[in-house]
Write a protein that binds this ligand. Structure first.
Ligand SMILES: [Fe+2]
Length: 206
């Protein structure tokens, strides 16, 4: 089977077994719809991930049984993806997101309008990485968002609530404009993330 499609299928399989809310189900259905027509692919050129070492370290740390099929699919297919560092795609120049985030992030799109392997004008599904010990400032965006965390050790907070440990396998749904921030611990943060619409609207630091 095609290696990128295999990653997406493992994501869908995990989500179908673990999502609970209607919002999460809606996003999962949107992902499924986006890969129905296998011919809609972008012409992406795979590259060596600029944060290859962190990617390998983070993936290697995933140990819970339920995450192994997805971990293996990513190990098998990550060299077929186009990896990039967000340097203005998600934040405006004067956003105050800070150098720590800008120097420490990386993502690859599985589905997306331009850089995703499968083409979708509305939806982005990708793999997101933050290097260890990074504080990703509280931010908002117009898109609702689904995260499936792959690695342990990252704390999240939503609005003014207290910091929460989010373990490998945890699923997070964020409403549009709900402030959220992350603190990465000693293991690089790797997560599957999905924006089902409003993908062209930038994030803002709050
Ligand atoms: Fe977000």
């Amino acid at each position: 089977m095609h290696k990128i499609k295999k990653i997406i299928e493992e994501i869908i399989k995990y989500l179908e077994e673990n999502i609970k809310t209607n919002e999460e189900k809606c996003i999962c259905n949107s992902i499924k719809k986006s890969i129905l027509n296998k011919k809609t692919v972008n012409d992406i050129i795979p590259n060596i991930p600029p944060k290859n070492k962190s990617l390998i370290n983070g993936l290697s740390s995933i140990s819970s049984n339920k995450m192994i099929p997805l971990k293996n699919a990513i190990f098998d297919g990550y060299t077929k993806l186009y990896w990039k560092i967000d340097n203005g795609e998600y934040y405006n120049k004067n956003s105050n997101i800070g150098k720590i985030y800008l120097n420490g992030n990386m993502n690859a799109e599985l589905i997306g309008p331009n850089d995703g392997y499968f083409k979708s004008e509305e939806l982005k599904l990708g793999i997101f990485l933050l290097e260890q010990k990074i504080f990703y400032k509280d931010h908002i965006h117009a898109a609702p968002e689904l995260y499936l965390n792959l690695t342990d050790g990252t704390k999240w907070r939503f609005g003014k609530k207290k910091w929460l440990d989010m373990q490998s396998g945890s699923i997070i749904y964020n409403e549009p404009y709900n402030p959220h921030g992350m603190k990465v611990g000693g293991i690089p943060f790797i997560s599957i993330w999905c924006w089902p619409f409003n993908v062209d609207q930038k994030c803002e630091v709050v």
